[in-house]
Design a protein around this ligand. Structure first.
Ligand code: AMP
Length: 278
């Protein structure tokens, strides 16, 4: 496993791996990230993981400075997962002085997370676009955990004619259903217990959907009702949206819908989602 900091050295090493599947991450790795690494390795033969806490995707009042980091542990996990290349650039390598270009994806970035976190998806799309130009992969690996991110990257790849297949891998969960996330490390023990309500809210929507409910508002209401049983948290949004446009639906069509939410427990913002009718 080679750990590389600069773009030039990464390009040179990349030249030695004909098929390379990239897995972009912000580090503090868990089993969710590792599931992407294994899938990329299996499908491409070689896998490149980037570890970069991307400053441009954090808002001014967000957790860029306090975002959890543990490079030594991450590298040990990646070594065990037979990773080929690890790209660990600094912010100045990715954004040298004078860097002044960004990738703006349209309406899918204005809703859900994008509505609450202005500029977030511009930061995400720009850094992923740069990574695609550096790695030149035919496939890149992302998690369903960040459903809107997967939609935004897929849209960017399509609209910019990137010869790239965006592979979206299932959400990996803890035994009690909480979606794995680096930010779960912020949760105090009682908050960690409270966080199981997100999965239960999604399960409530899934149960209503399975029983035949197709009114999006009724499904949103089922999620809201479950979330509000947890007094430690505050609902930021619940959504039943079209899987591609991310527009809020009135009725769930035959090809299903994305059920998603953001819920704040103390200082920690948690997101989760499922696809209904997949
Ligand atoms: P992050 O380090 O949070 O930026 O995540 C890096 C990649 O891992 C993104 O494509 C995420 O969607 C994906 N990911 C994060 N958590 C999970 C999870 N629990 N299951 C599957 N993929 C995940």
């Amino acid at each position: 496993m080679q750990v590389i900091e600069t773009i030039a050295a990464f390009r040179a090493a990349r030249g030695r791996c004909p098929q390379l599947g990239p897995v972009p991450t912000m580090g503090f790795l868990h089993e969710g990230h590792l599931s992407l690494v294994r899938r990329a390795k299996q499908e491409c033969g070689a896998v490149a993981v980037s570890i970069f806490v991307n400053p441009t995707q954090f808002g001014a009042n967000e957790d860029f400075a306090s975002y959890p980091r543990n490079m030594e542990r991450d590298l040990s996990l990646l070594r065990d997962a037979q990773t080929d290349l690890v790209f660990t650039p600094t912010p100045t390598i990715v954004y040298p002085p004078g860097h002044d270009t960004g990738v703006e994806v349209g309406s899918v970035t204005g809703v859900l997370e994008g509505a609450v976190r202005p500029g977030h998806f511009r930061g995400v799309a720009t850094v992923v676009c740069k990574l695609v130009y550096i790695v030149q992969p035919t496939r890149a690996y992302f998690g369903q955990k960040d459903a809107q991110q997967a939609v935004v990257i897929t849209k960017m790849a399509h609209d910019l004619d990137m010869p790239l297949e965006v592979v979206v891998c299932p959400t990996v969960r803890e035994a009690d259903g909480l979606a794995m996330s680096s930010r779960n490390s912020y949760l105090k023990p009682d908050e960690r217990r409270a966080a199981t309500v997100l999965r239960r809210a999604l399960a409530a929507a899934e149960a209503r959907f399975a029983a035949g409910e197709r009114s999006a508002e009724a499904l949103r209401q089922a999620m809201r009702e479950t979330l509000t049983t947890e007094p430690m948290g505050v609902v930021e949004y619940v959504s039943i949206a079209d899987r591609q446009s991310l527009k809020e639906l009135e009725q769930v069509p035959t090809d299903g819908a994305l059920a998603s939410m953001a819920f704040r427990i103390g200082k920690t913002r948690l997101i989760d989602n499922v696809i209904l009718g997949a």
